[in-house]
Design a protein around this ligand. Structure first.
Ligand code: FEO
Length: 396
């Protein structure tokens, strides 16, 4: 039930979106939440809003605590519309002339989304806003994951309002990490792999900055999913690990297939990898959402991609996945390609070229087989698997 009290005078007034299953192309089989935070002190501040169609619910939630008109400051940590869509309704209720705090890029980007003359207060890292007994400090987090992104820190309570950072698409009546347990880490990992992976170098820098500044964090409140109150260090350490992209001793084989030939090859490569004692998972692209596959790629040491050749091209779902993966910039991967073909057989070459573009370490030219794999062909797949397995096993 919302609102949720998360500390003295601090509430999550956001909403639960139980039924969303596709979040701009990301699969959200557990739904999500759009968290928004109300801080009631001598002055009252609202941090972020919700998706436009949930605006009424946000206003209802706020009204259970204070009359929205009493809000003194609205803070927008991030312009993306799952957090800003409710701004027009909120500003209308709160008062169109009330100060709207955001980063400098936030002011520009909000103006491009909402052609209204709001009372923007653009802030930079280290600037503060006093609420009377408590203070908010702003920390710009450019490109994590939009140019306008920033965090807001409630100094006295050591609460970090982290926008999308540390979020998870998870809808539930549980509100805190300790109420969900370890299951939440898989949702956080998926979120990282699909939203933040390409910004990993910036995340490492940000973690260093927070450590150097000695910012103590007792609680992290992201805009999606549960709040980290029991062990915020756990998700920060996980981010540091994911950002370094140090691979585990595991391989993923990502493929599509038309008449099961490429699938048979995938299974045989997997058998070769497993024979070297390395964990491996073949994933048929049309049976898994690309955001689920990317979660597996995050900590894999090897990504082996298979495609039939269709009309002199890659199978379209394989192209789709390669395009998606390329944008997320995974690093530290061994790469390899395989596939069956009928008469032209360009698929393997095309995959290798895509993996080279991504700077994967191509340790073998791959295996291409005509029509249905025979015994020798399957043996070549098994040997490819063994070579990859050995390379992973030998990694430090
Ligand atoms: Fe949850 Fe970048 O929006």
């Amino acid at each position: 039930m919302r609102p949720v009290k998360i500390a003295n005078g601090v509430y999550d007034v956001g909403v639960i979106d139980w039924n969303i299953r596709d979040f701009h192309g990301y699969s959200t089989y557990r739904g999500t939440t759009y968290n928004a935070f109300l801080i009631v002190d001598e002055k009252i501040a609202l941090i972020d809003t919700v998706k436009k169609n949930f605006s009424d619910q946000l206003i209802e939630n706020i009204s259970k605590i204070v009359d929205p008109k009493k809000i003194d400051y609205v803070i927008s940590n991030h312009t993306e519309m799952d957090h800003s869509g409710g701004l027009p309704r909120i500003m209308h209720r709160v008062g169109e002339d009330k100060p709207l705090y955001c980063s400098k890029m936030g002011a520009k980007n909000l103006a491009r989304h909402f052609p209204r003359k709001w009372n923007y207060h653009a802030v930079g890292s280290g600037e503060e806003l006093s609420l009377g007994n408590r203070t908010l400090t702003f920390l710009e987090t450019r490109m994590l994951h939009w140019p306008d992104s920033m965090f807001t820190y409630l100094k006295e309570d050591k609460i970090l309002f982290s926008s999308d950072g540390f979020g998870q698409h998870y809808a539930g009546h549980e509100n805190f990490d300790d109420e969900v347990g370890d299951e939440i880490m898989q949702h956080a990992k998926k979120y990282y792999a699909n939203i933040l992976l390409l910004y990993s170098p910036l995340i490492l820098k940000l973690i260093d900055t927070v450590t150097e500044l000695g910012i103590e964090i007792d609680m992290i409140c992201p805009d999606h999913g549960i709040i980290w109150r029991k062990d915020p260090g756990k998700i920060i350490s996980a981010y540091a690990r994911w950002a370094k992209q140090a691979p585990k001793k595991k391989a993923v084989i990502i493929y599509d297939t038309m008449w099961h030939s490429t699938e048979t090859m995938a299974d045989e490569i997997a058998a070769g990898i497993a024979d070297e004692g390395v964990s491996v998972r073949p994933i048929h692209i049309r049976s898994s959402h690309r955001s689920e596959i990317m979660t597996e790629v995050l900590d894999a040491a090897a990504v082996i991609v298979g495609s039939p050749t269709l009309n002199n091209q890659l199978f379209p779902t394989v192209s789709d996945f390669l395009t998606y993966m390329k944008g997320l910039k995974p690093i530290n991967k061994i790469g390899a390609a395989f596939g069956s073909y009928g008469w032209s057989g360009e698929g393997v070459k095309m995959i290798n070229s895509a993996l080279e573009d991504m700077k994967f370490d191509i340790i073998d030219p791959g295996v291409r087989l005509q029509y249905v794999p025979d015994k020798d062909g399957l043996n070549a797949c098994f040997e490819l698997g063994k070579k990859i397995g050995k390379a992973i096993a030998d990694q430090a």
